[in-house]
Design a protein around this ligand. Structure first.
Ligand code: SF4
Ligand code: SF4
Length: 68
């Protein structure tokens, strides 16, 4: 499963700069990761706000309509 950028993103651009496959793109009010991601994990390691995860549950928890 590919990585996701969550709402914790502070739009610093570090992941965009470091991605070796240019898989981080500007999107709406933050960034998103595209299908060309090779899951190297580099972006997740450098993110200052731990906004990049491959954990879908964490992403859902941070979403506006999480849980039930
Ligand atoms: S490194 Fe983290 S905070 Fe910075 S733009 Fe990427 S996801 Fe957002
Ligand atoms: S995991 Fe690697 S390839 Fe995928 S978006 Fe992050 S830096 Fe790019």
């Amino acid at each position: 499963m590919a990585y996701f950028i969550t709402e914790d993103c502070v739009i610093c651009g570090t992941c965009w700069e470091i991605c070796p496959t240019k898989s981080v793109v500007e999107y709406d009010w933050y960034y998103k990761i595209t299908d060309t991601c090779v899951e190297c994990g580099a972006c997740a390691r450098v993110c200052p706000n731990t906004a990049i995860t491959r954990d879908k549950e964490k992403k859902a928890k941070e979403g506006k309509n999480a849980g039930a």
